[in-house]
Design a protein around this ligand. Structure first.
Ligand SMILES: Cc1ncc(COP(=O)(O)O)c(C=O)c1O
Length: 414
């Protein structure tokens, strides 16, 4: 079957949504009295507690809120430093600044695109009160080595699992190595409720603090919840006409300007400002969407493995660096490294292949003000080099095998 020429191959435009998800969102739209309160959030927390065999789990309206809650639970605040990798997104750093602490940027290792333990050891100071370890794109970081370093100095470790739910190292799930972890159910994550997050905690005291923190929080406004419910529905109508005289694209921008559609990162966050809707609890409506997606996790992940394997098979002959994926790892995005990445990205967009721009700047998106995020140019040279050469390819459920092959052919032309 030939592809609708007006519908782009995309990595981030509501990528996880299938008909069943749309149906749930549509039904939810008509029962506004269930948008805020209901059983879905506590059900979702229970599912996470069981999946990760952990006592404490709390659902929030984003990964940002979940990280903020964890930092607060570990009593991080003014004057503290938090070690975190460069080559990430502003959403992973902003909560550190919001709580009054300062990020200490650690460089990445080329193989994992995640924190380099050597650089961590070299840069650690006595002011570092937590280490955040990201598993970039789902590839596991060198978490065991990092845990050794952290344990020697009794520094709590928070795993940033925004890109993975269920990948493991030596049979142990990512998210269960550290003292705590958080997850994101943002629009282009492993599972999605447009906005959503979860924090889990293995420590007794911090876990109790986490529970207390989440109980004190309020829910986001009804309009904010409406913005998220309408998101997959609008995309379902607009994507098929996206490139028809740019109609879908123009309407999407218009809906964003009118405030009908939410942005993944709001304007004030570019300079590390905090929107009023963070931190907040996960509303019932979004928990329902996320819970339904969690039920399809295996299916969603199997598809990602299949598409990633295709890329590996067909791109191996090119002079591009492919991801160092380990056995059984599922990739949220399939990252390739090429010195011409930015040029290829622009050409791809022109051709209707909306490939990913994670992370074309050490702290993404490109509009992020690095000075406001206290990043010093040159402090993480590998991360900066990676940002120049990264290109990421879609693996999500709406990427067909034919589309993956179109991308492969496009990359071979270059
Ligand atoms: C690595 C990483 N950490 C944290 C976050 C924050 O998650 P959220 O967007 O749900 O706030 C993101 C989101 O893009 C991310 O990519």
């Amino acid at each position: 079957m030939s592809r609708n020429p007006f519908k782009p191959i995309s990595i981030s435009l509501s990528p996880n949504v299938s008909k069943d998800d749309l149906w749930i969102a549509l039904k939810m739209l008509f029962i506004p009295w269930k948008w805020k309160e209901g059983d879905f959030s506590s059900d979702f927390e229970r599912v996470f507690r069981e999946f990760f065999d952990v006592k404490h789990a709390a659902a929030f309206n984003s990964g940002r809120s979940a990280l903020f809650a964890l930092l607060s639970s570990f009593r991080i605040g003014e004057g503290d430093q938090v070690a975190v990798q460069a080559f990430t997104c502003s959403a992973a750093i902003a909560p550190i600044l919001w709580i009054g602490a300062k990020p200490l940027y650690i460089d990445v290792a080329e193989e994992t695109l995640s924190m380099d333990p050597h650089d961590l050891e070299a840069k650690l100071t006595s002011r570092v009160k937590a280490i955040i370890v990201q598993h970039t794109f789902g590839v596991s970081s060198d978490i065991e080595r990092i845990m050794d370093i952290a344990r020697q100095r009794e520094i709590p470790v928070i795993e940033d699992c925004a890109h993975t739910i269920g990948n493991s190292v030596h049979g142990k799930k990512l998210g269960t190595f550290g003292d705590a972890a958080f997850f994101s159910f943002g629009r282009d994550k492993v599972i999605s409720s447009v906005y959503g997050g979860m924090a889990i905690c293995f420590q007794h005291k911090a876990g109790k603090n986490l529970r207390h923190f989440s109980e004190q929080l309020s829910l986001p406004s009804r309009f904010w919840i409406f913005q998220q419910i309408i998101h997959p529905l609008l995309f379902a109508f607009l994507l098929p006409i996206y490139s028809f005289f740019h109609l879908g694209k123009v309407l999407l921008v218009l809906f964003q300007k009118l405030g009908l559609l939410s942005l993944a990162v709001s304007k004030i966050e570019r300079t590390a400002g905090k929107p009023l809707y963070f931190p907040a609890k996960l509303p019932n409506a979004l928990a329902g969407l996320a819970l339904h997606q969690f039920g399809k996790l295996e299916l969603l992940e199997r598809h990602r493995v299949e598409i990633s394997d295709m890329y590996t098979e067909h791109l191996s002959e090119l002079r591009m660096r492919l991801p160092m994926k380990k056995q059984g790892e599922t990739l949220l995005r399939y990252s390739v490294m090429t010195p011409r990445a930015h040029e290829i990205l622009k050409k791809a967009w022109k051709r209707g292949f909306l490939l990913g721009d994670w992370y074309t700047q050490v702290i993404s998106p490109d509009s992020t003000d690095l000075a406001a995020f206290l990043y010093k140019n040159g402090s993480c040279p590998v991360a900066q080099r990676m940002a120049e050469s990264i290109l990421n390819l879609p693996t999500h459920i709406n990427t067909t095998r034919e589309q993956a092959m179109e991308i492969v052919r496009f990359l071979k032309e270059k």
